[in-house]
Design a binder for this molecule. Structure first.
Ligand SMILES: [Zn+2]
Length: 124
């Protein structure tokens, strides 16, 4: 299961960013619509990964990032329905380019009882 290895990697990234002694409540990530990740499967896998750790119950909050179709000729950003693609620029009929949509980023962590320190980076 592809999502399980991603969830494991995400959790490792969360742990690296957690203050010492803090428990993870939720992690917000961005997933591009072109990345071959099934959000529900990934949430399920993440719950399985944190199960049995001090972070048990931590949730994954997923932001979907749509890809953008932009015209290389006139700069129009073509509007489209989710899941559908346009072949040509609606204004000048040029070929459209696709931007973004392949994100898989850890955005922010919501932690419980994080000790307040002035150091931003810690490597226990
Ligand atoms: Zn155009």
């Amino acid at each position: 299961m592809h999502e399980l290895s991603i969830a494991t990697e995400l959790f490792a990234a969360c742990e690296r960013n957690l203050p010492p002694g803090a428990a993870l409540r939720s992690a917000r990530i961005a997933i591009g619509e072109l990345s071959s990740v099934e959000p529900e499967l990934l949430q399920f896998a993440f719950e399985a990964v944190v199960h049995g750790t001090v972070h048990a119950g931590a949730r994954l909050v997923i932001d979907r990032c749509p890809a953008v179709q932009r015209c290389g000729q006139c700069g129009t950003i073509a509007e489209r329905q989710p899941g559908t693609w346009l072949r040509q620029c609606p204004r000048c009929q040029s070929q459209l380019q696709i931007e973004g949509g392949d994100e898989l980023d850890l955005l922010e962590l919501d932690v419980d009882e994080a000790p307040r320190t002035d150091t931003t980076e810690r490597h226990p």
